[in-house]
Design a protein around this ligand. Structure first.
Ligand SMILES: [Zn+2]
Length: 96
């Protein structure tokens, strides 16, 4: 079972099937993408990259957080800077 991310914000990357999810342990953001051709989730965190090398879909906490966000059907912004999803359902633009 993946641990939940501590950050309650997920950033939609406009123009890509990707999201940026803040790391629990640093200021880094991990990029989570859905690869439609493979129907696989990918993540740039260590866990996700190991699974990618094995040809498996990433099943880390970052992917799980994005899936929850999508299921909650939160609105998608057309703002080029992207959209911040919060656990409370509030949405606001990314800061500059
Ligand atoms: Zn990850």
């Amino acid at each position: 079972m993946a641990t939940e991310i501590k950050a309650n914000a997920i950033y939609k990357i406009i123009g890509q099937n990707c999201y940026a999810v803040p790391s629990n342990s640093s200021d880094a953001m991990y990029k989570v993408c859905f690869d439609e051709s493979a129907a696989n989730w990918t993540c740039t965190c260590r866990h996700g990259e190991v699974q990618s090398e094995r040809g498996q879909a990433a099943r880390c906490c970052h992917v799980a957080a994005v899936q929850v966000s999508i299921k909650a059907n939160l609105p998608v912004s057309t703002d080029q800077k992207g959209l911040l999803h919060s656990a409370s359902g509030k949405a606001f633009s990314l800061l500059k």
